[in-house]
Design a protein around this ligand. Structure first.
Ligand code: URA
Length: 248
């Protein structure tokens, strides 16, 4: 898929999200919050669900937790436009309560389809609900800062997952904020590991494997340091230096 196709596919999913009535959360929403970001990013951040400000604006992480998320990204030299940001549930749970399992299940196909389109190298989970989707069977206090391969059934077919605390938890507890900055510091290494894994997989793929599959960056070409590349995987080889171009 080229970037324009990815953009269109993401917009088609977003349009479905905006008119979705699959669970009770649609009843109380002002606006659904499908997610936003660069369609060719390598990194997807997954939060829990929209809060008050997100529900008003129809955009993810625009309140105080979003301000902290921007600071966490800035601590590694990234901007929110470098990544794609979305949530487990796309409509605000009343009074910011936790999403119910049936609400999470109803919304899950949207996230899976977003991940299939984006095909990220790295998924960063924000908070325990997001972590539970990608790293079942653990706790956030144990899992934060750790990395494991994503189950392809999530839609992220060749990704690593890094778990982080939710920024709202970091706003409440200084020790969690400190841990969050430490965990953010692990993002770039996790992305480099993820790139190397994808390159190794591509190198061992049988000849004639799916010609429509995303172009992988061979290890020798992989840029030595993030920010996340917005390379168009379906396009011809480009020099590594071009792959680091930031936009905007
Ligand atoms: N908290 C979330 O989990 N997601 C948002 O979009 C905003 C706050």
């Amino acid at each position: 898929m080229i970037e324009a196709e990815r953009r269109a596919a993401l917009e088609a999913i977003a349009a479905e999200v905006r008119s979705c009535t699959r669970c009770r959360l649609h009843e109380g929403r002002t606006q659904a919050v499908p997610g936003e970001g660069h369609p060719s990013t390598e990194v997807v951040l997954v939060g829990e669900g929209p809060g008050f400000n997100e529900d008003r604006q129809g955009r993810p992480f625009v309140g105080r937790a979003g301000d902290l998320l921007v600071r966490l990204l800035a601590s590694i030299g990234w901007r929110r436009d470098d990544v794609f940001i979305t949530n487990i549930v796309k409509c605000r749970p009343p009074e910011n309560r936790d999403p119910e399992p049936d609400e999470v299940a109803a919304c899950a196909p949207f996230l899976r389809r977003q991940l299939e389109v984006l095909d990220p190298a790295l998924v960063v989970t924000l908070g325990r609900h997001s972590m539970a989707r990608f790293m079942p069977g653990t706790t956030i206090s144990r899992a934060h800062g750790t990395v494991r391969p994503a189950d392809p059934a999530t839609g992220a077919r060749a990704a690593l997952v890094l778990a982080m605390y939710h920024p709202a938890a970091a706003l409440r507890t200084p020790a969690v904020e400190e841990a969050s900055f430490a965990d953010a510091g692990r993002i770039t290494a996790a992305l480099e590991d993820a790139r190397a894994r994808r390159a190794a997989t591509a190198a061992t793929a049988p000849a004639g494997a799916d010609p429509a599959a995303p172009r992988e960056v061979p290890a020798a070409e992989a840029p030595p340091a993030p920010p996340p590349s917005t390379v168009d995987h379906a396009e011809p080889e480009v020099p590594a230096s071009d792959q680091l171009t930031l936009f905007g």
